[in-house]
Design a protein. Structure first.
Length: 295
């Protein structure tokens, strides 16, 4: 009986180890696909970042990716067991890109600019001014011996505004903020589509915002990718910040990688809504060709 119990225990342990190994292998494979999709997007963004956009280009390849956060939903073919053509469409890769030039930089925006933007986003004048002042105070380096309980120095991530005293107001305007737009101006034409809903439709005409509006240079982009299985479960997700030095398409650089929230998942918007179908199809086709059929 003792021998049987020991053998059973060893068999269970071996089975658990095999399951764990298979799970880790599968997670690594999905993660590699998400990484590959993110790098594919970085490469495709070179067209968006080209300083000279007047040169003739293939219409299907010219700026195929919206940079205002509009999600693109690319079905991925499932490989057939017989080695023939793909059996069916199964998994999906959902991706979105946001041009940092359409957001307000926590470190570069002057306090009057932040006050104007926060006010346009619906905060009352006093709250908008107070929040802008607090951000300006926090980002100014202080002597460690000053005794202040609040962190000081440049913001490293927009989420750091959650430590501010006026946290409710900070959370409200968080979608409008970035740390990757080193200019005291922003471009409403490429503002993240969700963040744009926080501002009135006639925001470009508001006298308070006009001094702070300028076309984006297309230098820094936030890329988000989700690999969604056929059952709707998010198997892998990646976030990446890509920078194009001096607007030169030949020198993209990944500033940071991150893992997105699998709980939140990709945006629940219709695939390709509001985009040019030919461009979305060309992008998805190229992505499928690059990654190959999925099992």
């Amino acid at each position: 009986m003792l021998f049987v119990a020991v053998a059973t225990g060893l068999a269970i342990k071996a089975r658990l180890h095999a399951l764990q190994t298979a799970h880790l292998r599968e997670a690594a494979a999905y993660g590699a696909l998400a990484d590959g999709a993110a790098l594919f997007v970085v490469d495709a963004l070179r067209e968006v970042s080209k300083p000279d956009k007047a040169a003739p280009q293939d219409p299907a390849a010219a700026e195929p990716i919206p940079v205002n956060g509009l999600p693109l939903d690319c079905p991925m073919p499932r490989a057939s067991s017989a080695g023939g053509p793909p059996a069916s469409t199964s998994a999906r890769i959902v991706l979105r890109v946001v041009d940092a030039g359409g957001l307000v930089d926590l470190n570069a925006a002057p306090e009057p600019m932040m006050t104007a933007v926060f006010g346009a986003a619906g905060l009352d004048a006093a709250t908008a001014s107070t929040l802008a002042t607090e951000i300006g105070t926090v980002r100014t380096p202080k002597d460690a011996a000053s005794g202040t309980a609040v962190r000081s120095g440049s913001f490293l991530d927009p989420s750091e505004v959650r430590v501010l005293r006026n946290v409710a107001a900070a959370r409200r305007v968080l979608p409008l903020l970035t740390v990757d737009n080193p200019r005291p101006a922003f471009d409403l034409a490429v503002t993240d589509r969700f963040a744009r809903t926080l501002l009135p439709r006639d925001a470009p005409l508001l006298p308070s915002l006009r001094p702070y509006l300028a076309p984006s240079r297309g230098e820094v982009f936030r890329i988000e990718v989700w690999f969604v299985a056929a059952d709707g479960a998010v198997r892998a997700s990646r976030g990446a910040t890509a920078a194009f030095q001096d607007g030169r398409a030949e020198m993209p650089r990944i500033r940071a990688w991150s893992r997105l929230s699998d709980v939140t998942g990709p945006p629940n918007e219709a695939a390709g809504a509001g985009t040019e179908p030919g461009r979305v199809t060309a992008l998805c086709t190229a992505l499928r060709d690059a990654l190959g059929p999925q099992r």
